[in-house]
Every structure is written in C-alpha cells, then in structure tokens.
Design a protein around this ligand. Structure first.
Ligand SMILES: C[S@@+](CC[C@H](N)C(=O)[O-])C[C@H]1O[C@@H](n2cnc3c(N)ncnc32)[C@H](O)[C@@H]1O
Length: 224
C-alpha cells in the first residue's frame, strides 16, 4: 500500500514516520509513505500557495491551482483522494478497515482558513477526526496513517489487531501483567488458572461488560 501526504509542513512528519511500528512497516516494505510539500506546486513568488478569499473575510485559503497540479501528479487510477476537514465524515475503526484495503490513498492536510472550495470537485472523500477544529490537517493525516498502517497484514500480529477495541464493534477485555498483587490490588484469579476455555469465556464476558460500562452506544449500534 502507498500513502501520500500533502502538506505545507513536511517537517512535522519526521519523527512520526521514523519511530516505532510506522518506521518498521516502511523498512519492511509493507507500506510506502511519502510526504509532499504543497509549496513545490506553487505558481507564484516565494512558493506562496495561499491567498485572500473572494468576497472578503478573515484568513487565507490554500489556492486551487497548487492543489490541483499536486493531486494530478500524485494520483493514479487506483488512488483514493481524501481531504482532512472538520466538515468531513467522522473517522472511526470501520473507515480505517475500509481504507486499509486500498492500494493508494492521498491525504491532503489543510492549514490556515482552509481551501478554495473547488477542491471538493477533485477529491473522493472528506474525513474529520472529531468535532473540533485543529490548526491544520497534519495531525488528522497522522491519525489516519497510523490507524490504517497497523491494519496492513504483517505490520502487527493479525490476532492482536482482531482483538483490539472497536475492530469487531466492541471494546477489548481488561488485561493485566505482573505482579499478581500490589498493595492489595490483585489480578483476577481466572487468568492464573491455566484453564484456557475458562479464560476465553471470562474475556468474552468482560469485553461485553466493559463495553456496556464505557461505550453502551456501541452495543446499541450493533443491535440496530
Ligand atoms: C483551521 S482549519 C480550517 C477550518 C475551516 N475554516 C472551517 O471552518 O471548516 C485548517 C485545516 O485543518 C484541518 N482540520 C482542522 N480540524 C480538523 C478535523 N477535526 N479533522 C480533520 N481535519 C481538520 C483541515 O485540513 C483544515 O482545512
């Protein structure tokens, strides 16, 4: 899979792309992640890519020619072009699962006041990572890249991905590690019993209980 990220601030991605699982996934050629500086497509002096809005108003908009030429350059017939936007569909695990089977996604990170609205005619989807406004689309692009990359086969153990919270619409069961007891706080005995069937039964029951307690909306959604 290939992920292209278009941004005015490529340097923000340095640590993100060179750390932990995302870095290893690239080294192992499971994913190719490329960051493109939108300013490379500027037609104006000083690599400027923003301008004032027609009709007046505050802030600067990223112009259409730079973004158009950049996307034309990056895209193939297999690409899905996605705009980071607080106006988009809310990102969730289901969307991450869907994107993880794409061959090529292009994530466009905005900044300042946003984009010339003609961008909507050349994208496939608009995604928001939550109902709040960030200063730029770089963090949303990292969120999507991370959530999608960990789902690519081979990046992390498949069993681990499938047991994660939300993968199957509920939260994960509680987990514990050593020591067995600390200041009177103990690990549930069933986990030390060595009885795999009982452990499995307990985990399934706890996953439902945890979901009921923390995210009852998920159980309701599964029922509908
Ligand atoms: C300050 S915001 C612009 C908001 C725009 N003026 C509006 O009211 O819709 C700048 C950029 O940050 C990104 N952004 C901000 N909040 C976001 C969110 N919740 N999800 C995804 N992208 C977001 C988008 O790329 C956006 O173009």
């Amino acid at each position: 899979m290939k992920i292209d990220i278009v941004t005015l601030f490529p340097e923000l991605f340095n640590d993100f792309l060179n750390t932990s699982i995302i870095s290893k996934a690239q080294q192992r050629n499971l994913v190719e992640i490329q960051v493109t500086d939108l300013r490379d497509y500027s037609k104006r002096n000083h690599k400027q890519v923003d301008d004032t809005p027609y009709g007046g108003g505050v802030g600067m908009l990223l112009d259409f020619p730079s973004i158009y030429d950049c996307i034309e350059d990056l895209k193939t017939e297999k690409s899905k072009v996605i705009l980071m936007s607080p106006q988009g569909k809310l990102f969730n695990q289901e969307t991450a699962n869907t994107l993880a089977v794409e061959k090529h996604i292009i994530l466009i990170a905005g900044h300042y006041e946003g984009f010339d609205a003609r961008i909507e005619e050349i994208i496939d989807e608009e995604i928001s990572i939550g109902d709040y406004v960030l200063t730029g689309g770089e963090i949303p692009a990292m969120v999507i890249t991370d959530a999608v990359t960990r789902l690519i086969p081979g990046v992390i153990m498949e069993a681990s991905v499938k047991e994660d919270s939300l993968y199957e619409g509920i939260l994960k069961y509680p987990q514990y590690t050593k020591p067995y007891e600390y200041k009177g706080y103990k690990v549930p005995d069933v986990l030390l019993s060595g009885h795999h069937a009982n452990i499995e039964k307990w985990r399934k029951k706890m996953a439902i209980e945890v979901t009921m307690k923390k995210r009852p909306d998920l159980l309701k959604k599964n029922k509908d």
